[in-house]
Design a protein around this ligand. Sequence first.
Ligand SMILES: Nc1ncnc2c1ncn2[C@@H]1O[C@H](COP(=O)(O)OP(=O)(O)OP(=O)(O)O)[C@@H](O)[C@H]1O
Ligand SMILES: [Mg+2]
Length: 458
Amino acid sequence: MKNSEILFVDDEKELLLTVDEFLSQRGYNITVVDSGLKALELTKKRRIDVLITDLKMPEVSGIELLKAVKEQQPKTEVIILTGYGSIETAVEALKLGSYDYLQKPIKLDRLKALIDRILEKKSLKEENLFLKSRLQERYRYDELIGASPKMQRIYEIIDRVTLKSPTVLISGESGTGKGVVAKVIQQNSDRKDKPFISVNCGAIVEGLLESELFGHVKGAFTGAVRDKIGLFRVAEGGTVFLDEISEMPPHMQVKLLRALQEKEIRPIGHTKEVKVNTRIIAATNRDPEELVRSGALRKDLYYRLNVVSINISPLAERKEDIPLLISHFIEKFRGSEKEFGNKVSPEAMGVLLDYDWPGNVRELENVIQRAFALGVSEEIEVVDLPSAITKRGNENPKAALNTYSLRENEIILIKKALREARCKKSKAAKLLGIDVSTLYRKIERYEISDKALQIANV
Ligand SMILES: Nc1ncnc2c1ncn2[C@@H]1O[C@H](COP(=O)(O)OP(=O)(O)OP(=O)(O)O)[C@@H](O)[C@H]1O
Ligand SMILES: [Mg+2]
């Protein structure tokens, strides 16, 4: 109530003063003005919750003000003040959407009661709307699970890219669900009945990637014993998902850029270009801008791919999704043991929520799968979790003080800083309060690898 705005309009100055004093003393936020025109100016600039206005005023009448305000701010409730004998106009005002009318001379207590009723009704309405909007929050999008605001934002982007088929660049640490997002985009587009082909650019021998994607004609090179159509054309009308895009060799990046720009490809050994209608979704587990800076990804290709970008946050930054994901994976792995329900002991849930999940959702999925593989009884308990998760020893610098070895503590702190900085050396160096060059030297001396940071629970 304290932050609700009340505006009182009347050309009787004395009444303004009385009402102003009465309501402000009782803690209401009231503004008074002496003309319809001034009120109109004010309502253009400021949200008003309750407007109380006299009917008869020069220039802008109460009815005109009512109409204008209802148009500008439909949620504003209006009380009309009428003099003796203007009851018909008051009825007209009700028809135009005013909440009620009060006859002059005004009884201040009645005015206050009316305002209270309006504000109470408004706050209930807002609460309902709030609850409704909370209910509309999605906790999944097909196979993609998560209710965190970060996931909501991803769902909104997926909604937007279903109609047209812009190129999408998905980034996120390993195991955050880039593959799942790509699939969900395809399944919700008008290409859903066409092929979805996933290509791991890092897993194909360099020389073969071009022929794999664009195809070749028989005899184009040694070993090309027959024509090959290539995945771009196999997926015609559908989507090719280029995973690990930064692993694509530079000469292929040029060819891919051309294919994206011209919407045509040339199979190796073919004399002409072939038109293709294949959507590209690309993914990388590294920071795309850093890839461009380091030269691993061509800038022009980056811009072409990055028409829509989706960055999936590490699981540690959206821990509220963990319980939902656990339920989902329990359902997936409990198999026929339906009576198992969906249970995790409070202690185990505590451990799972505490852990930082360097392997993200994939690691969580593996932990649940492992629990079922080893056999759980009624619920998942702490003993069903791998020791790496329950220990957490190494990760916690306080625990590290169990040892006095300077070297060991240094390694632990460097790894922690690197993980926190998401492997960005300059940021990690800042966290540690040392030079980047010193950090590099230490990383080399202690043989700390980025890979180990991502995979292991160091
Ligand atoms: N939001 C999610 N909801 C449900 N399952 C998920 C979610 N995110 C990831 N997963 C599951 O986690 C596993 C890893 O996901 P995915 O393969 O998509 O990760 P990724 O980001 O592509 O990892 P990488 O970079 O290693 O390829 C999959 O089994 C996937 O089903
Ligand atoms: Mg993947």
